[in-house]
Design a protein around this ligand. Sequence first.
Ligand code: NAD
Length: 291
Amino acid sequence: MVLLDGKATSAQIKDEIAIEVQKLTAIGIKTPHLAAILVGSDGASLTYVNAKVKACAKAGFESTLVKLPEEISENDLLNEIKKLNKNPEIDGFIVQLPLPKHIDEQKVLMAVNPDKDVDGFHPTNVGKMALNLPTFLPATPFGILELLKRYEVETSGKHVVVIGRSHIVGSPMSILMAQKRTAGNATVTITHSRTKNLKEITRQADIIVAALGIPEFLTADMVKDGVSVIDVGITRIADESKKRGYRLAGDVHFESVSKKSSFITPVPGGVGPMTIAMLMKNTLQAAKNRS
Ligand code: NAD
């Protein structure tokens, strides 16, 4: 079994990005600048946003965190987005999800200028992704493709089963892996909460991408020997024995599934850090596009 080490791989990517930033600034191109909007004070969202901001600083980017109150009106949030769209200093920005219930998420994502949409969530960029045109790929699927590529996990002609059909992970993952591309050319089955006989399907998979958000859902009896497993899930589980009061669990029962796997990602230290690295890659690209 080979551990797909997202922590080490993302560190390598961030070093590569830092070197490129140095080279670009040396020839007078401005330092990439990522902004993040955080609405409210959800603990997990705050952790993710802080990790993104910290990673930017480490790679020599500029970063701005726009913290807005939970009660902000949809209109005021849309105005903040307009400001970032217009601000020439900002190359790319993200709106950390989920948003409070009184705000229409789709309306907010549609308001982001597609040229600054480094999360790749705007319909223009989703459309380009679906057509395999150059665009900002959503960071989590992009990170998974990069991890598969760097570990030379064969995907061509393989049967990939994606569990989950969210707009940010499952759905783009299934589109990308079926495309003619590196870490693509796979035969993809996308499954979800209405799928019948899931176990019969996952047992046929050469590669499984688990992105459903149910801790330790995928168990050893659901996979065949030699499978490669990408665990996207991150759920906080209350754990008094931990200083912070919780532990992180993936969607895969790592202990049993890893024994049957060729390749597998851990949680934490797998897909999560790759997501941040790819967001930075997109921001660097946005800065280059604007120079
Ligand atoms: P989501 O809640 O939007 O979607 C979950 C999907 O799982 C749905 O499409 C649903 O149909 C499917 N599903 C639910 N129950 C199922 C079942 N019993 N069998 C089969 N399918 C089922 O979730 P999401 O935003 O895609 O996130 C999924 C998980 O990935 C979460 O734990 C989230 O925290 C994590 N996540 C991690 C990263 C990262 O960087 N590592 C990024 C995004 C999301």
